[in-house]
Write a protein that binds this ligand. Structure first.
Ligand code: ADP
Ligand code: ADP
Length: 233
């Protein structure tokens, strides 16, 4: 579903490339965990999938990244909304409206989804993420875990094939983190969504993963395996 072919990224002024010569495949319908120490290039790798690199953060991308066959460099991130949904560490950074329900509808408005389909998708997403009881709540009054579920819901309404998340549980307590991870696992199993999740704390998330990509250090080749293989490294 996601292919990285000889991918390198360099930022202007940086001494070393943030990523070099990455060849990887993320299979469809799996929860794939991207782990490695801070600064090793996890966010950059996710950015090449969402199109943030090079369109928004700068950086020079060499090689090719395709999602469902679409080259992320030749499409603007907006044009990839029905292919890739992106969620960051801080859900508050996502929100542009007041209530949960408005936030779920917002992303679709700019995609030109017809109103009846929009309403159906909002309902479906509220149910899917266990947010139906919170639909009229101002986002500012929600807990961290609830906010992160709204952030996931707000990109899910576009029905993306791939969901990319950068340390989505890092600001959450363990119980809220588990809630979010369980939601992601359900999306993979029930809808066949492909999830690529970056995290520097392997222990917290590894039990939820189908596949793990380890970036061991700057410039080192990725190690790919199932969770038990990676835990042994
Ligand atoms: P990680 O997510 O694993 O912490 P990053 O992808 O954020 O790693 O960073 C990889 C390297 O690229 C680091 O050395 C970081 O300082 C550098 N870097 C990341 N983003 C930028 C940017 N926008 N401009 C310049 N350097 C950057
Ligand atoms: P529409 O595309 O008109 O919104 P539906 O809402 O009926 O049509 O969704 C089409 C199919 O997509 C349904 O089978 C539904 O189960 C499934 N689906 C629901 N949520 C998602 C999602 N987040 N990503 C992908 N498919 C989804």
């Amino acid at each position: 579903m996601i292919r990285f072919e000889n991918v390198s990224v360099s930022y202007d002024g940086a001494e070393h490339a943030a990523l070099s010569g990455i060849d990887l495949t993320v299979p469809e319908g799996e929860l794939c965990l991207l782990v490695g120490p801070s600064g090793v290039g996890k966010s950059t790798l996710l950015g090449t999938v969402s199109g943030l690199v090079p369109h928004f953060t700068g950086g020079t991308l060499r090689g090719r990244v395709t999602v469902a066959g679409r080259d992320t460099r030749t499409h603007r991130p907006r044009e990839l909304a029905d292919v890739v949904g992106t969620v960051g560490q801080d859900p508050l950074a996502h929100f542009v409206t007041d209530t949960v329900e408005d936030e779920l509808a917002y992303g679709m408005e700019s995609l030109g989804v017809p109103p009846a389909t929009m309403r159906r998708r909002v309902e479906e997403t509220l149910d899917l993420l266990g947010l139906a009881g919170l639909r009229d709540r101002p986002i500012a009054t929600l807990s961290g875990g609830q906010r992160q579920r709204v952030a996931i819901g707000s990109v899910l309404t576009a029905h993306p094939k791939v969901l990319v998340l950068d340390e989505p549980t890092s600001a959450l307590d363990p119980a809220a983190a588990e809630e979010v991870l369980a939601v992601l696992q359900r999306l993979v199993h029930d809808l066949g969504t492909t999830v690529l999740l970056a995290e520097h704390r392997l222990e917290r998330v590894v039990q939820y993963a189908d596949q793990v990509i380890l970036l061991p250090g700057p410039g080192a080749a990725p190690v790919v395996g199932d969770p038990t293989e990676i835990m042994a490294v």
